[in-house]
Design a protein around this ligand. Sequence first.
Ligand code: SF4
Ligand code: SF4
Ligand code: FES
Length: 266
Amino acid sequence: MSRQTAEGPAGEEVRFRADGRELRGRRGESLLAALRRAGLEVPSLCFLEGLPAYGACRLCLVEVKRGRRARLATSCDHPVLEGLEVRTDTPAVLEHRRVVLELLLARAPQVEALRALARRHGVEASRFEARAQRGDPAEDDCILCGLCVRVCRVGARAEALCLAGRGRHKRLGARPFGELPERCIGCGACAWVCPTGAIHMEAEAVRRLRERWGSERPCRYALLGLATGSVCENDYQCARCELDQRLVDRAGGRHPVVLLLEGRRP
Ligand code: SF4
Ligand code: SF4
Ligand code: FES
């Protein structure tokens, strides 16, 4: 049975407008997802369909209007609603994006993916003071988007990661590789979703996974529920594994955990 919203059943088809075009979407779904389906480009760093929106990066801001009132809102966690009018490229939206990109650059100026994104939006440098770097790429390159935490909880169902602390003390409370949290199953989904490349599947982590499980080491896809086998026969060298290649193909070149986020099973 579909969930009720104040405006009617969630998931029911509704019409709305974006940048002068009439679009259709499902009531209550992420506005960002609906805009992208329609081919509209809205940048984002903390959104992946299938994961709960978190609204951390604020890059996906658009102008939304209902009735006479227009305001800026993050589109990833804004629901599609009947009669919504959306603008993705007003001067205020574009200026906001540039400021957000400057703030992100000040946080992690060395991350090439951020620099490239900023350049695409006309930002060459940040006017804000750069954050002091600690010399640890896993921390220095992290923009606290929370994608790794959510994919670990919802996709891998491992809950190995968390964000800890507040304000400028906020950081990834457990690291996927390096410290190797107890609950990590070594699926690598966190490294795949990380928009800055802060997470690496390091040889050291693989060695520790082997140590933990010995000759009984389970296949990471079996642990994810994507395969029926149980023991990894390839010494965690997934690039050599036919099953890995098959699942990656089925996921369209993405990490196979995406199949779970889309509700698909092998
Ligand atoms: S590799 Fe470990 S920490 Fe990363 S998503 Fe998978 S279970 Fe979670
Ligand atoms: S490690 Fe990557 S995915 Fe995780 S919060 Fe930091 S930037 Fe986001
Ligand atoms: S994608 Fe919407 S706030 Fe990050």
